[in-house]
Structure formats: C-alpha cells, structure tokens
Design a protein around this ligand. Sequence first.
Ligand code: SF4
Length: 233
Amino acid sequence: MGCNCAKCAVAEKICRLEKGKGPSSCPTKKEGPTLTEALERYDDPEIKEFARAASVQEGSCYTCRDAKPFVMIPTKSRMEELIEFSQRMGYKRLGMAFCGGLTHEASILSEILEKHGFEVIAVSCKVGGIPKERIGIKDEEKIRIGEFEPMCNPIAQAKILNKAGTDFNIMLGLCLGHDSLFLKFVDGLTTVFAVKDRVTGHNPMAALYTSRSYYQRLMKMEFGSQEEEDKGN
Ligand code: SF4
C-alpha cells in the first residue's frame, strides 16, 4: 500500500518526535534507502546552503520562539519572505515568469523587488505571440472562439530566464499545466509567489477551506467526464 501522510492519524508521529510512531505504510519507517539517498543530496554544498538558508528563513518568520509553551506567532507575508530570502542568498538578478492575465500584479511585484535593489527580468506567458493553432488547439477550444489567441509559452519563458542567467526565479500566476512545463524547462531554482485560480482571486486554498460549506459540491458532486464537458454535454 502506498503511503498517505495526509491521512496519518498517529498522534505522536515518528516524523515529528524522536520517539514517535508511524502506521504500517509510514515512509519514515519503510523508505530507508530513499531517505538516505535524499539526505545525501544535501551534501552538495550549493544545495546544503540553499536548504540551510530556507530553514533559517522559515524560523525567522515567527516571533517569541523561546517562549515556553511555544505559541505560534507568524510575522511575515510571503512578499516579505521573498525579499528577505533573496537578500539572504545574495541574489541580484531575479527572473519572473508571469501570466499575461496578471500583468498589473507582475508590474507591482517587479516594482517592489526593484525598490529593494534587485534586477528583475520578467517574461509574460504570451511571449512570442504564437497562435494557439501551433500546438493543435482548435478554434472551438480557445477562450475567445473565432479570434486570434496567442498560446501560453512557458518553455520560452524558462529558456529566456535561463539565457538571462537569473539567480533565482519567481512564478506568478501561471496556469495549471503551464506551470508544470515552466518547471520542467527552467534551469535555476524557482519559487512560486502565486498560482492561478480564476475564481478565488488566486487562492486555491479557499476551495478547501469552504469544502464543508459553500464548496461542499466538491465533496459531493459526481463530476462528468472532462471530455463530455468539453463537448458541452
Ligand atoms: S511519515 Fe509516518 S508518522 Fe509521519 S505523517 Fe507520514 S505516515 Fe504519519
């Protein structure tokens, strides 16, 4: 049986406590060789420093850390974290792969980062202006049927940022799937500032938070096959 940490009901978990326990499918108990293999990757000096800085950043996001009992009091937004982490790592040139639908937000993010001394290389997903027909999209599959529509081009976004030699990359609002291609083709380490969610103001967690109330249909609804939906059935 595959593991599912998301459904682990053990109170004193082996992955969180030195003398904790885990269920029979627990990867902390069962995946020794893979865990060792993963751990060895942290011995690469660059990876080690990145992992160390990310964890220092994580700790710095809370206050009153020496209080007993500890009460979690987070203090920093992701925007502040992004600035701090990039400074901590000594990054100068930041790449931004953004969705054309979030151009306004991208310009604000760019302005804030520049105010903090970073050079920003930003590339819109529509870069190249290539019609969607190039990847086999039919007219009736476009957002605006009957019109010219440029394809999202995450591979070009990645390649342009690779060529610019960015120190670190930021994804802003790329579509589901286009984000996957960007990550597949980008060379440098990349963080996500925001993901695309057209309905919730780019906050997909809202659907989870409301899945017992206003979004309960996600739990109950029998979704039709996507192919049938695409056909309008
Ligand atoms: S690693 Fe083991 S103990 Fe930790 S959450 Fe997963 S199954 Fe539970």
